[in-house]
Write a protein of this length. Sequence first.
Length: 356
Amino acid sequence: MEKNIALIYGDCASPEIVTQAVRVLDAVAAKYGHTFTYTRAYMGGEAIDQFGDPLPQAELDKCLAADSVLLGAVGGPKWEGVPGDKRPEKGLLRLRAGMGLYANSRPAKIWPQLADASPLKKEIVDRGIDFIVVRELIGGVYFGEHKTFHQDGELKAVDVMPYSEHEIERIGRIGFETAMKRRKKLTCVDKANVLDTSRLWRRVLEKLAPEYPEVQFSEMFVDNAAMQICKDPSQFDVIVTENMFGDILSDEASEITGSIGMVPSSSLGAGPRGLYEPIHGSAPDIAGQDKVNPIACILSAAMMLRYSFDMPAEADAIEAAVSGVLDAGLRTADIMQESCTLVGCAAMGDAILARL
Ligand code: IPM
Ligand code: MG
C-alpha cells in the first residue's frame, strides 16, 4: 500500500522520538512491501517561531491532505509567556478540531516487564490493568467560550462547557463499539450530581445502551473514578468521558502503568484519517540529550497502522519488537530498573529496529 504521512516533529525532545518512529515505519514498509511518503508539517512552538502562528492554515491543509498524521509533542518554556491563542497548545487544539478528531483513545495497559514500575501495590497490579480511556476531544470546556473581564472592581474569568446531543452520541457510540471489541464493559465517567452537561451525557448514553445489549454499561462520578483507578483499576475496560475529565484521568491511568513514556494515543473522526501522538509532553528538561523514551511515539505509529491503514500484522510486529526489547532488559532512563541496561533514545530505536 502507498500512504502519505504528515509528520509534525514537535518541540524540545520531541523531534528525537519522531525520528525513531519514522525509522521504524520505514523498516515496516520495507519488510511488508509498502511505500510510506512523508510530508513535514509545522505546528506548536516550531510554527510560532517560523510563522508567528501555532498552526497556519497551510500546515493544517497538509495534515488534511495526508492519510494520517504522526506527532511528537509540542510546547516548552520558550513559549510560556505568549498570549493564550498563540500558545503551542492552541495549535494542537486547532489541529484536532480542524481534522474533526472527536474520539481520542488512550490505552492504559501494564507491560508485564514493567509491572514493578507501577506506583501501585503489587496485589493491585496483579489483578490486571488493561483499560482504555475514550476521551471526547473537540468539545466541552476546551472549546467553549473563554474570557477574562473586569466586574465590580475585580477580574472575573469564565470558561464555558457546552455539549450537544450529537457530540455526545458520536463519542458514546465509539465507547460502546470499543467495548464490543474488548471485554464488553463501558463506564461513563461524569459529574452528573453537579453538571447539566453530565446529566445530558447520561441521557444520551442511556438511550444508546439498548443498542448494545451485550455491553455491561455503568456510570460513575469522576471523583470516584479517580479514586477507583488507583484502588482497583482491574474493574475498568472502557471509560468514555468528556474532554477535560479524559485529559486528567488519562494521565492518572498512564502513571499507574509505570511510565507515561510508554503510552500512545489515537485520535479519529468520521473517516480513517487520524492523528497519532504519545500522551506525554515535549520533555524540555532532557531535550537534545538522547535520553527521551521513543516508545510511546513508536507505539503511536503502530496504532496508526492498525486503525488508519488497516495493517494489523505490521502493528503487531512493532508491538512485539517493543516487547522484545523490554524482555532483553533495555530501558530508557524513565523506565530504568535494577539489573537492566540503560540506553538512550537512538539506541532504543536501534534495538526495536533490530527486532523487526
Ligand atoms: C493532552 C495534553 C493537551 C490536552 C494539552 C497540551 C493542550 O495535555 O493531549 O492530554 O490538554 O489535551
Ligand atoms: Mg493531557
